[in-house]
Design a protein around this ligand. Structure first.
Ligand SMILES: [Zn+2]
Length: 132
């Protein structure tokens, strides 16, 4: 949860991470139709840049929650956002680091999936091979 009593979510609760840090949330916050348009505006429009900073703040809250609870060795971001690594990853890392409790985790790995937006579909297609 990112915001108690926040935006209503499809799961029936309010304020869920999904409603603040998903691609759907980013498109809604930037009033854009797709990520290409959103990131075009993020680079060109200072108002949209401020909106994107808020989005990254939301995303970093959720990721920091995961790190603070599970202390993972690595987090990998896939999906559409991963196509824009150069624009968001450094800023996101700096926001996450400021929120984590265990400073030994300071140098944790937050990376973008090598296969970027195709990681999910390729992983799903390979699942049968590894289950057999
Ligand atoms: Zn929910």
């Amino acid at each position: 949860m990112i915001e108690k009593d926040g935006i209503e979510c499809g799961c029936g609760r309010r304020g869920c991470f999904e409603k603040y840090a998903s691609i759907t949330a980013l498109l809604k916050m930037t009033s854009t139709e797709n990520l290409k348009e959103a990131f075009y505006l993020i680079e060109k429009n200072s108002n949209i840049q401020n909106v994107f900073e808020k989005y990254l703040e939301n995303l970093s809250e959720g990721l920091a929650n995961i790190i603070n609870i599970f202390d993972p060795e690595m987090l990998v971001i896939g999906g559409g956002l991963s196509e824009y690594e150069d624009i968001f990853l450094y800023k996101l890392k700096s926001k996450v680091v400021s929120k984590i409790y265990n400073k030994y985790t300071y140098d944790f790995n937050l990376k973008v999936a090598t296969l970027k937006n195709d990681a999910g579909i390729i992983g799903a297609s390979m699942l049968g091979k590894y289950l057999s």
